[in-house]
Design a protein around this ligand. Structure first.
Ligand SMILES: Nc1nc2c(ncn2[C@@H]2O[C@H](COP(=O)(O)OP(=O)(O)OP(=O)(O)O)[C@@H](O)[C@H]2O)c(=O)[nH]1
Ligand SMILES: [Mg+2]
Length: 249
């Protein structure tokens, strides 16, 4: 019998002191075998103290890098510490930790390198409206064609990365806006990795303010198009080798 994969949940957290205690408690109950790493980059509240008090590992980065930069640090940590998979998970409670074991199962069953916890795939009633929704649809259509499988939620921040993806993302995970979602999928595909999705239910934020508003949605639309154009114009990354898997980046 093969040993179960060592899975690290990486939670990018920026000023999430209000949500973290409950989210971490839920995570421990739902996925007790999964280790947790909280990555805070310049939070100005008690995010770091709150994570440490819950007994999880914390990367306390001195400056704000955004979700992509925080996740790249998480991938490097995972690679250096011998984890087989990373599950990126929001720190505000929007992702249900009960889905983490399901993501691991789908990766094992399909052999996919990346499994996206996807909205708009039949589970739950999460909806986006107006320009935000149009942008998400357009991105999904273009990226589905590119990777050769139906993807309904290419901007999801709930994602499993298997060993080859961890090695790749430790080396190349864009820090630009939407780089951690759209561009990461393009990079994975170009490096020869496979992408699948699992329908999930998105929950409301546990605490704090939602960041969406009509003007932000318009900006999202413009930036999403640009992010995709940038991703498609970058050179193809070199393929992930077994050397990457054993060498801490
Ligand atoms: N480390 C780090 N985490 C961030 C940063 N910005 C956002 N996050 C985290 O990334 C996750 C997703 O961010 P959210 O602001 O919830 O984005 P969202 O879910 O699209 O928007 P809401 O509807 O407002 O919740 C949360 O866990 C945030 O704390 C950042 O600059 N650094
Ligand atoms: Mg959120």
């Amino acid at each position: 019998m093969t040993a179960p994969p060592r899975v690290l949940a990486v939670l990018p957290a920026w000023n999430e002191e209000a949500s973290l205690p409950l989210v971490l408690e839920e995570l421990r109950a739902a996925a007790p075998d999964v280790d947790v790493l909280v990555v805070s980059d310049g939070s100005t509240d008690r995010t770091v103290a709150s994570a440490r008090a819950a007994g999880v590992r914390v990367l306390d980065l001195p400056i704000n890098l955004g979700v992509g930069g925080a996740m790249r640090a998480g991938f490097k940590f995972a690679l250096a510490n011998g984890y087989d998979a990373v599950v990126q998970c929001d720190a505000d409670g929007q992702h249900d930790p009960l889905d983490i074991p399901r993501l691991v199962e789908v990766a094992a069953e399909t052999g996919a390198d990346v499994v996206i916890g996807a909205r708009f795939a039949g589970a739950g009633d999460y909806s986006a409206r107006g320009p935000r929704r149009w942008a998400m649809r357009l991105l999904s259509t273009v990226l589905s064609r590119l990777v050769g499988t139906t993807l309904t939620d290419t901007t999801s921040g709930f994602k499993l990365s298997g060993p080859r993806a961890v090695a790749l993302f430790a080396r190349e995970y864009p820090a630009e806006y939407l780089g951690d979602t759209i561009e990461a999928l393009v990079i994975a595909h170009r490096a020869g990795l496979t992408v699948h999705q699992l329908p999930v239910v998105m929950r409301p934020r546990a605490a704090g303010e939602p960041s969406h508003s009509p003007w932000r949605a318009g900006i999202f639309l413009a930036r999403a198009g640009l992010a995709l154009a940038v991703a498609l114009s970058r050179p193809t990354p070199r393929p992930t080798t077994t050397h990457d898997l054993v060498t801490a980046a």
